[in-house]
Design a protein around this ligand. Sequence first.
Ligand code: BGC
Length: 290
Amino acid sequence: MHALGIDIGGTGMKAAPVDLDTGKFLADRIKIATPQPAAPGAVAGVVEKLVQAFYWSGPIGVTFPGVVIDGVTRTAANLDKGWIGLDARSLLAKAAGQEVRLLNDADAAGVAEMTFGAGSGEPGTVLMVTLGTGIGSALFVNGILVPNTEFGHLEIRGKDAEQRASERAKTLHDMHWKQWAKNVNEYLEHVEALLSPQLIIIGGGISRQSDKFIPLFTGLNAKVVPAAMHNDAGITGAAMASHPGSAAPARAGAGRNANPSPAHTLGASGADGTQGDQGLPGFPDPGLPE
Ligand code: BGC
């Protein structure tokens, strides 16, 4: 199964066709700068270009850097405020010339990492944190995503965490690795105190340079690892979302119910356990630890 993944970021918009069995790209990704201001119409125009650049016809999944419920974008911390309350799924479907699935960018990256990357097969509580223009979060309990968590906006020292610990904050304030790592460390300690994850996966482009900051972390009980797919995880997760059921292996840590077939996943109770248009499988059971 193949699908096109489009990752809308505050700084760049990236796309690639993805093989959903491996999570790997079928062609080099294309990146276009996010229009500034990142108003809905302008961003939709870039989505149209990305679809055309691959001559794509087939399933499409799109990520958005904000809360997405039922295809409606509810927040837009790093994009134009015109997105708030917008039926973004319809707008982007028009631009793409076909239906699209829409989900939060960190959720998409997390699902990809839980399926093909650093969280594969990991049970218990896993937190993915993406450090980029903002800070994104994806929380998994026994492989099941809790969608639309916004832990990047926790307040630390009177400021939104992403203003101190995102990659953009590092660049903006010209922070050295040591200084920035201290901010990220403090942020992760805060998150750890609230959620007690046993694994924290650090994503975003800066995770390629994880050797410069992860070894500087102290005082954390969780294991901290870089994302295996780095900044490409969002594209893979977007593509996976276009096929309900393709994210089933994200449940790899879910004990007896690991890797349910999509039919089983969708059929057991008829419940669509995800919120909004995640494009992820409906989860018939709450995934409680057995
Ligand atoms: C947004 C999140 C998003 C993150 C990374 C934050 O500002 O609120 O929804 O996942 O940035 O893009």
